[in-house]
Design a protein around this ligand. Sequence first.
Ligand code: EPU
Length: 345
Amino acid sequence: MQVMHDVDLTPLNTFGLKARARDFAVLEHENDLYEIVKLPAFDRESVLWLGGGSNILLMRDYQGLVVHVKNKGIRELSRSDGLVYIEAQAGEVWHDFVLHTLEAGLSGLENLSLIPGSVGASPVQNIGAYGVEVKDVIHSVRCFDLDTRTFVTLNNADCRFSYRESLFKQAGKGRYVITAVVFALSETFRPNVRYGDLAAVVEQACAGRKITAKDVSDAVCFIRSGKLPDPATLGNVGSFFKNPVVDAETAQKLLAQHPAMPHYPQADGSVKLAAGWLIDRCNLKGFQIGGAAVHNKQALVLVNKQQAEAQDVYALAQHICRTVQQAFGVALQAEPNWLPADFHV
Ligand code: EPU
């Protein structure tokens, strides 16, 4: 296992923040973990397991070991009752994996097309889009347990998934290294196009013919590319804030003042609001601090407009939170991980 030093992380984080890693290693195969945990540079508290770098904000040079998780491989495990169990290694690129499953005639991941990042990162924040969350199709997650230094399989319930949350961000943080994910995909396609304008875009493209999972994927790609910037051309980490969840009473009060406010009642009686709408209503689209700006097509996304410094991003995030708090009394929470974690808004 080769350890490199003073490695540039700028191309490895999709926001494009300038930072370097003190120590850097690459995980090519899950068995590399046995060696990695014995490295002198390894420290369980500070190690950064880096996937696609699309959900991190590198606030300064990384004073520890960064392990770039790049293990690859996709294989079918079994088929039963119309379900196909597919295992993908953590280092697979998420969207490439989605396309692979669609080409294999399987459905379940089409609504999650074009999400940046890696397969191994997908369970961590339970990625979701267009009415589907990855928890809906995850069968189990293979991990290296740093407590016991053995491989374990966590089933869907073990992962304690909820909106943009999981065991891996809570009680299991720092304990489990995700090495592969098993998905239960479907041989028969059942479209789920209830979210927003997805049905309209799919119907227009199909013009009366039978809809396929690939059609839904194409429509999702079309909608996403219309408002979400491509990190390859404009640095970003997707949604910068979670959609806030408020109690029913708070939602009622806000709706009385803002009848057009998008709101999504949840099963437990709480109500999810659209952070993008709240930020947009504060007229913050395009607002810029230093090199960091609110995207002008989708207020929930912050972009690296002109070689943004970490401080620009932090100041912008703080400004947005304060402004939304003052206008609506709603607290926003950042979705990506600040590194180090003592930064937060
Ligand atoms: N809206 C505005 N102005 C904006 C942005 C949004 O008025 O600038 C309004 C929209 O018109 C709509 C509502 O807010 O009524 C929700 O907007 P949208 O459908 O674009 O979705 P979102 O809530 O902003 C969430 C996810 C996205 C996911 C989309 C589609 C979170 C934090 N974000 O965004 O996920 O792609 O729904 O399902 O839940 C991500 O997590 O990185 C991500 C991109």
